[in-house]
Design a protein around this ligand. Sequence first.
Ligand SMILES: NC(=O)c1ccc[n+]([C@@H]2O[C@H](COP(=O)([O-])OP(=O)(O)OC[C@H]3O[C@@H](n4cnc5c(N)ncnc54)[C@H](O)[C@@H]3O)[C@@H](O)[C@H]2O)c1
Length: 350
Amino acid sequence: MRVVNVNTNTPYDILIERGLIGKVGALVRNVTKAGKAFVITDSNVGALYADVVTESLRESGFDTALFTFPAGERSKTLDTIAAMYDYMADFRMSRRDIVVALGGGVTGDMAGFAAATYMRGISFVQIPTSLLAQVDSSVGGKTGVDIRQGKNLVGAFHQPSLVIIDPDTLGTLPELYFSDGMAEVIKYGCIKDREFFETLESGDAAEMIEDVIERCVSIKRDVVNRDEKESGERMLLNFGHTLGHSLEKIYNFDGLSHGQAVAIGMVMIARASESAGITAGGTAARIEALCKKYNLPVSDKASAAEIAAGCAGDKKAGGGSVNLVLLKSLGESFIEPTPLSALEGFICQK
Ligand SMILES: NC(=O)c1ccc[n+]([C@@H]2O[C@H](COP(=O)([O-])OP(=O)(O)OC[C@H]3O[C@@H](n4cnc5c(N)ncnc54)[C@H](O)[C@@H]3O)[C@@H](O)[C@H]2O)c1
């Protein structure tokens, strides 16, 4: 089994191995003395994996309850969280009990938030089942929900006690979501690891998925260890995301997925900074080719003015400027505070 240790305020392990989904009970038992395990999942993942997970937890002595919500970002609301609290209280969950998040990023973010706030914070374990959740959202302790005014506007930092990754679960993940996760995988290569980027260029990510997951979570671990609450280096993980979020908003979070928007954002910002002489020549073309290889779009019809305008409302934009993540070259990234007034001109550069 591959083990990646995360040394945040409360340290925890990320375990990666095929077939772990059937062994979660014993693994969770290693990190808690809880009597009750509250499993949170969505309708798709629950239908596939809830039985095996709850059965394994019961075998390890946990009294279990299962909370299932309709799959999809639309469920990521405070109403769903309120329903979780109700169920947790009825199940008589105490401070020493544990929440188990079984699913993609939507499940992990909401289960983490419920755990962060129920009785002022109880433990939780992540069992991520989408590629995005396995390489990104399950690690780092960001939890939260969407509100009408924007995505992830309400949340808390709450680190899991354990992350259990079974790459075999990706076998049931729809192709679109695999590509979506690949945008984040490519991002890690861009910002921190040229060699990894080149491995993705020459090989097939699906065929070396354990290596890919381990590399990605190790990069995220290193960044989060140095900057748990996103005051500096952690912002590098937003490469492609500033423009991507703006595109998602233009499409009203419908019609363009997060990964697709990030892919377009990465190519667009790399092209702009290459034109400005900041990024080594040829970088944007390589990012574009790699995104295409993993079935991600690389351009959009939205104008630079529309995209720049969308960045103004970004929760990470403050004081009239936005922290753009730029590359010097593949694997070498830095943060460039940029006035919003200059953004349109920057993206427009030819
Ligand atoms: N906390 C963080 O640091 C962080 C980072 C990035 C993204 N996010 C959040 O993650 C969310 C997106 O995550 P996502 O793309 O995983 O979305 P998701 O949880 O909605 O999962 C995508 C789809 O795949 C299905 N699915 C998941 N695993 C499956 C499997 N093994 N087999 C079959 N179907 C499966 C789900 O039911 C869903 O329909 C967003 O809400 C985003 O804000 C959080």
